[in-house]
Design a protein around this ligand. Structure first.
Ligand code: ZN
Length: 441
């Protein structure tokens, strides 16, 4: 438990634990991209917790750290390095998810070499059936998934790849909105749209067709995570500036613009995508703040850079991710100031639980509570980690609401309704998922 147990906290937590959830952001494909679980360290140390191990691994080669998540490398071979790194980082929130998985899925209280042998015996139980059951048992009613950029989008468009009922995919701009365009990528967009691209206009036409086809196959919005590679400061270049760069690619298929030379074209495309979102009435999810991995720059990902784009595209509704960590104040301003902006706390409860709690608590007083989306797991095909993350999020939300009730800002019943709104009603309405609203009273 993250909070000292008070009777009030316990009452709130018990009810919040039973509430249905709309999981606002995942990268789950529906089990197909999950490697068979063969080795316990690989099953427990992948994704974000591995990035904390990397951060603790000064002087250790990247290759040795990466081997920890390899199911083909033996536990004995990995254990000395894992033990050393785990001792250095076991109290982070990412590590806490691993501890919860260790406890909830494998029944182990502490990570020891002997415990890993017992985990190994249970890995075969992690079947596809358990994968889906884990999501059901977490009471996740629907999941917004961003997988169409690495799960081949052509298979999705042809109907070869379908998702089970809880999955709500988004058309990913990541593959359409590259920092450096190549002739190959243009050929690929052309194939997806059944046309051959010979101009910037035709390229935009192809991209519109691709997005439209994603929507026909069930996509509920657009998702862009360009902040990993570029600044969120989108300027407004002229069509001529964008076209000049684009034409240089067409003129010599073996050349492509570098960065920052390609920025005007990249900026231009972003604004065009926002116009597509307006035309197709699609919400837009944007990565802001902290990035997975190590050795990136967070200042370029500050949502404050988006202000002019948010102000310009005011008929588009934006879902800003990750609490803009660590720029909390900037995000509260954007949420309060722009009617077209919602705050999405996906990933945030395990980036920093206290920051997520502070954001929720301050948001109640600063901006309309209907503009806050309380949870997204942001994991790949590891639903047991999503469930652990959700447990932390529910505890966090109960803690925030207990404090607001204690200080007299909310009545207990209002607090519970707020939890239902954050976890379910707000995203249900924002993404037009069509579920019946959850009323607490
Ligand atoms: Zn993500």
């Amino acid at each position: 438990m993250l909070h000292r147990k008070s009777p009030l906290f316990n009452r709130l937590y018990e009810q919040i634990n039973e509430m249905p959830v709309i999981d606002c952001h995942e990268h789950l494909t529906g089990a197909e991209a999950r490697p068979p679980y063969k080795e316990p360290i690989a099953a427990l140390f992948t994704s974000y917790v591995l990035h904390d191990l990397q951060s603790a691994a000064f002087g250790v080669s990247d290759r040795d750290v990466a081997r920890l998540e390899d199911h083909e490398v033996s536990t004995d071979e990995k254990w000395p390095l894992l033990e050393k790194l785990w001792r250095a980082t076991e109290h982070t929130a990412y590590a806490r998810v691993t501890k919860l998985v260790l406890k909830n899925v494998y029944g182990e209280d502490t990570l020891t070499r002997e415990a890993l042998d017992r985990v190994a015996e249970k890995l075969a139980d992690q079947t596809e059936e358990v994968y889906f059951r884990t999501i059901d048992e977490a009471n996740i009613r629907a999941m917004l998934v961003d997988v169409l950029w690495w799960l081949p989008v052509d298979k999705f468009l042809s109907g070869e790849k379908t998702f089970s009922e809880k999955w709500r995919p988004l058309a990913s701009l990541t593959s359409l909105h590259q920092t450096t365009f190549t002739h190959e990528s243009l050929a690929w967009y052309g194939r997806l749209a059944d046309m051959h691209i010979t101009s910037l206009d035709e390229c935009l036409e192809a991209m519109f067709v691709i997005i439209q086809r994603c929507v026909e196959r069930g996509a509920v919005g657009l998702k862009d995570q360009s902040a990993y590679n570029r600044t969120l400061a989108y300027e407004l270049p002229t069509t001529a500036e964008a076209e000049r760069i684009f034409n240089s690619i067409l003129a010599d298929p073996r050349s492509f613009p570098g960065w920052p030379e390609g920025k005007p074209l990249n900026d231009y495309l972003f604004h065009q995508f926002m116009r597509f979102a307006r035309e197709l009435d699609l919400p837009v999810q944007l990565h802001t703040g902290h990035m997975a991995g190590v050795y990136n720059r967070v200042d370029k990902a500050n949502a404050a850079h988006l202000a002019s784009a948010l102000e310009l595209h005011r008929e588009v509704r934006f879902d800003l991710f990750h609490g803009n960590w660590p720029y909390l104040g900037d995000l509260l301003f954007l949420g309060k100031n722009y009617p077209n902006v919602a705050l999405d706390l996906c990933w945030l409860h395990i980036i920093e639980p206290d920051y997520a709690a502070e954001l929720l608590e301050r948001s109640v007083m600063v901006l309309p509570h209907a503009k806050v989306h309380g949870f997204g797991g942001d994991y790949g095909d590891m639903p047991e980690f999503v469930a652990g993350h959700l447990q932390i999020a529910r505890e966090n939300i109960a803690g925030v609401l207990a404090r607001l009730v204690e200080r007299g800002w909310l009545e207990e019943e209002e607090a519970l309704q707020l939890a239902a709104d954050w976890l379910f009603n707000n995203p249900n309405r924002f993404f037009r998922l069509g579920f019946e609203e959850v009323r607490v009273a």
